[in-house]
Design a protein. Structure first.
Length: 133
C-alpha cells in the first residue's frame, strides 16, 4: 500500500488535501467482479468509515491478474488529527478472498476548519467524491 498526499508519498495526510491509497495485487486467476473494501479505524478500533467499490459504484480491474487499485479522496475531509489504522477486504463478487486486519497505519493532521469536515451522524459517513479506480 502506498499513501499519497497531494501526489507525494507519505504516511501523514492533511485534511483538505487530495489523498490516494494505492493498492497492488497479484492473482492466480482473474476475478469476475473484484471488490475492495476499506475500513478506517482509530487506534481504539472504532470504525470511522467503511466502504467498498460497490458503495461508490466503481468497477475495478477484472481483466488482469496483476493490478493497481486507487482509492481517491479528492478532498480528504473525513477525520480529525490523530493516528488511524486500516482493515482491507478483497474478494470476487460475494466471495471474500483475503482479509488483512490493521493492514497499515497513517497519521492525519487537520488543516481544514472543523465545520468543513464531514460530520458524524448516526456513525455513518458518506462523501460522494470518494472513488475507486
Amino acid at each position: 500500500v502506498e499513501i499519497l498526499c497531494d501526489g507525494k508519498l507519505t504516511n501523514t495526510v492533511l485534511t483538505g488535501s487530495k489523498v490516494e491509497f494505492k493498492f497492488k495485487y497479484k492473482l492466480k486467476e482473474k476475478f469476475i467482479e473484484p471488490v475492495l473494501g476499506v475500513v478506517i479505524k482509530d487506534l481504539d478500533d472504532v470504525e470511522i468509515i467503511g466502504l467498498n467499490n460497490r458503495n461508490t459504484g466503481d468497477k475495478i480491474g477484472n481483466d488482469k491478474n496483476e493490478e493497481e487499485i486507487i482509492l481517491s479522496f479528492p478532498v480528504f475531509r473525513l477525520i480529525k488529527s490523530k493516528k488511524y489504522k486500516v482493515d482491507l477486504y478483497f474478494g470476487d463478487q460475494e466471495d471474500n478472498r483475503d482479509t488483512i486486519i490493521d493492514a497499515f497505519y497513517f497519521n492525519v493532521l487537520q488543516s481544514l476548519n472543523e465545520t468543513k469536515l464531514i460530520q458524524e451522524r448516526l456513525n455513518y459517513f458518506y462523501d460522494s467524491e470518494i472513488k475507486f479506480y
